[in-house]
Design a binder for this molecule. Structure first.
Ligand code: NAP
Ligand code: MG
Length: 497
C-alpha cells in the first residue's frame, strides 16, 4: 500500500473537511458551553480549526449515553460473532478512508503524509481487526474444585471505559484502547489530545456506519484539565485506559482515589537505552536502527531509544555511522509524499526540545549533529536530528524524556557498566541491545528492567505481542490478548450441587 505518486496533498488539505464537534450518543454536537479551542497545523503554524472544548457537562452527557448503551445490551450482550462483524467492518472503513484519515492526522500533528497514510492508519485498522478476530477465541475457565460444586470463571466487560490518549500517534494509540475495550463489550468515551482531535472525531461516524450502536463510542475533544479530569473523576466511569506523560498518569491515580477507585491502565513515558556492545558484527545495521529508533516521528515516540549506550572501544567508529544516518534525514514539508521527517507537534513542544538542547550544551555535552530549529520561514515547527556525544547519565538530557529528535551518547567500559547505566533511570518502557554474544544477549534481556527488550533489533511490534512499561513507565499492557484483561472483570460463579 503506497500513497499515490504525486497527489496534490496541499490542495486536498485546503479542501479537507475538518471535524470539529464532539460526538455523543451517535451525533455530532457542540460543547454545552459553546466554547472551542484552536487547532494549529504545525507544518506552517496557522490555525486551521476551532474544535469543541468539552468540559464536565459534555463528559456527563457522554457518560449517560455510554451507560445507557451499555445497560441496553445492544453491544455488551450481543453474540461475540456479531461484535466481530461490526468491528471488522469498522476496520475496513478505516482502510477505505485511509487517505482522508492520514491527511487529518498530518494536519493535526505534522507527521509525514506517507507515514500517516501508509503507517498510522493501516496500523490502527489492523489493531481493530485483530481484536475483532480475537473476540470469540478467549475462553472462560472451569476452576478445579471439590465434587460438590462447579465453579465457572468468566470475564465480563467493566462497563464504561474512558480512553485518554496523546498526540504522537493519535489514531493508533486510540485503536490500542478501542480494540480490546469494544471487543469485550464495553462502551467507550475517547478523549483525544487537544493537539490531535480530527481522526478521533471522524472515526466515531465510521464506527456508526459499520453498525456500532449509538452511545457505544463517544468522543469528547477538549483540554486535559477539563475533559480529561472530568473523566478521571467521574463516578460512573469504570476504567481509564491512559497513554501519555508520567506527570498526567499521576493525576489519573489521584482522580481514581478521589472518586470511585476506577481501574487505571497507564502507558507512560520512557528514556529507553539502545546498548551497542563491541562484539556486534553488524554495526551498520545497528547504526540504521539506532538512528531510526530516535529520529522516527521526530523522536516523539514513547519508546524512543534516546540514550545510546556504547562500549568506548567502538564508540567513535559507531557514532560515525550513526552520524551518516542522521545526515540523510532533513526535516521537510509534511505534505510532500517523499518527506521522511516532519515537524514537531507544537511551538511549545519545539521550545521544550530546544531548551533541552541548550541544557545539554550547558552541562558539557557536545553536539556532533544538528541542534538547530530549521525551516522557520515555513512558519512551522521543525528541528534537525540532533546527536550529543560525551553525555553522562546524570545529565538532564539523559534523565528526562525530551520527546524530540535528540540522541544522548554515553560511553561505557564494558557490559556490566552498560547494564548499570541502562537501568539507571526512573523509566522502564523499552530497551535495545546489539551483540553477537548469545550469552550476553540473554543476560542483558534478563538484566534490563523494561517491558520490552529488543535484541539485535529495535521498535519491532506486532499485535500479538504485549506493549507497556515497568517502573514509572506505567502498568497494564496494550496490544495482545493481555490488553483485554484491563477492560474486563473476572467473575467466579459457584454452583453447589
Ligand atoms: P500528556 O500531556 O500526558 O497528555 C495525554 C492526555 O492526557 C491528553 O489527552 C491530555 O489532554 C490529557 N491530560 C493532560 N492533562 C490532564 C489532566 N490534568 N487531567 C486529565 N487529563 C489530562 O501527554 P502528551 O503530551 O499528549 O504525549 C506525550 C507523552 O505521552 C510522552 O510522555 C510519551 O512518552 C507518552 N506516550 C506514551 C506511550 C506509551 O505507550 N507508553 C505512547 C505514546 C506517548 P490535553 O492534550 O488537552 O493536554
Ligand atoms: Mg499534553
Amino acid at each position: 500500500m503506497n500513497v499515490e505518486i504525486n497527489p496534490n496533498w496541499h490542495q486536498r488539505a485546503e479542501q479537507a473537511h475538518l471535524p470539529t464537534r464532539a460526538f455523543i450518543g451517535g451525533a455530532y454536537v457542540d460543547a454545552v458551553s459553546g466554547e472551542t479551542f484552536d487547532c494549529v497545523y504545525p507544518g506552517n503554524g496557522r490555525i486551521i480549526a476551532k474544535v469543541a472544548a468539552c468540559g464536565e457537562a459534555d463528559v456527563d452527557a457522554a457518560v449517560i449515553s455510554a451507560r445507557k448503551a451499555f445497560e441496553s445490551g445492544a453491544w455488551s450482550r450481543v453474540a461475540p460473532a456479531e461484535r466481530k462483524k461490526v468491528l471488522l467492518r469498522f476496520s475496513e472503513l478505516l482502510l477505505q478512508n485511509r487517505e482522508e484519515l492520514g491527511l487529518l492526522e498530518t494536519l493535526n500533528v505534522g507527521k509525514p503524509i506517507a507515514n500517516s497514510t501508509n503507517g498510522d492508519i493501516p496500523s490502527a485498522a489492523n489493531c481493530i481487526a485483530w481484536y475483532a478476530e480475537a473476540i470469540d477465541k478467549v475462553y472462560g475457565e472451569v476452576a478445579v474444585t471439590a465434587d460438590d460444586v462447579t465453579t465457572i470463571v468468566v470475564r465480563e466487560p467493566v462497563g464504561i471505559v474512558a480512553a485518554v490518549v496523546p498526540w504522537n500517534y493519535p489514531l493508533s494509540m486510540a485503536a490500542w484502547k478501542l480494540g480490546p475495550a469494544l471487543a469485550t463489550g464495553n462502551s467507550v468515551i475517547l478523549k483525544p489530545a487537544e493537539q490531535s482531535p480530527f481522526t478521533a472525531l471522524r472515526i466515531a461516524q465510521l464506527a456508526i456506519d459499520a453498525g456500532l450502536p449509538a452511545g457505544v463510542l463517544n468522543v469528547v475533544p477538549g483540554l486535559g484539565h477539563a475533559a480529561g479530569k472530568a473523566l478521571g473523576l467521574h463516578m460512573d466511569v469504570d476504567c481509564v485506559g491512559f497513554t501519555g506523560s508520567t506527570e498526567v498518569g499521576r493525576y489519573f491515580m489521584q482522580y481514581s482515589g478521589q472518586s470511585n477507585i476506577k481501574r487505571i491502565g497507564l502507558e507512560l513515558g520512557g528514556k529507553s537505552p539502545q546498548v551497542v556492545l563491541a562484539d556486534c558484527d553488524d554495526l551498520d545495521g545497528a547504526a540504521r536502527s539506532v538512528a531510526a529508533g530516535i529520529f522516527a516521528n521526530s523522536g516523539q515516540v514513547c519508546n524512543a531509544g534516546s540514550r545510546l549506550i556504547v562500549e568506548d572501544k567502538i564508540k567513535d567508529k559507531f557514532l560515525e555511522k550513526v552520524l551518516l544516518q542522521a545526515a540523510a534525514l532533513t526535516p521537510a514539508d509534511p505534505l510532500d509524499p517523499s518527506t521522511k521527517l516532519g515537524s514537531i507537534v507544537t511551538e511549545e513542544q519545539l521550545s521544550r526540545v530546544m531548551r533541552y538542547i541548550e541544557d545539554g550544551v550547558a552541562s558539557g555535552a557536545k553536539i556532533v549533529a544538528g541542534g538547530n530549529r530549521v525551516r522557520q520561514d515555513s512558519g512551522g515547527f521543525f528541528v534537525e536530528p540532533t546527536i550529543f556525544d560525551g553525555v553522562s547519565n546524570q545529565m538532564k538530557i539523559a534523565r528526562e524524556e525530551i520527546f524530540g529528535p535528540v540522541l544522548a551518547t554515553i560511553s561505557v567500559r564494558d557490559f556490566d557498566e552498560a547494564m548499570t547505566v541502562a537501568n539507571d533511570t526512573i523509566y522502564g518502557l523499552a530497551a535495545g541491545i546489539w551483540t553477537n554474544d548469545v550469552k550476553k544477549a540473554h543476560r542483558a534481556a534478563k538484566a534490563i528492567k523494561a517491558g520490552v527488550v529488543w535484541v539485535n533489533c529495535f521498535d519491532r511490534g506486532l499485535m500479538s505481542v504485549p506493549f507497556g512499561g515497568f517502573k514509572q513507565s506505567g502498568f497494564g499492557r496494550d496490544k495482545s490478548i493481555h490488553a483485554m484483561e484491563k477492560y474486563t472483570d473476572l467473575k467466579a460463579m459457584w454452583f453447589a450441587h
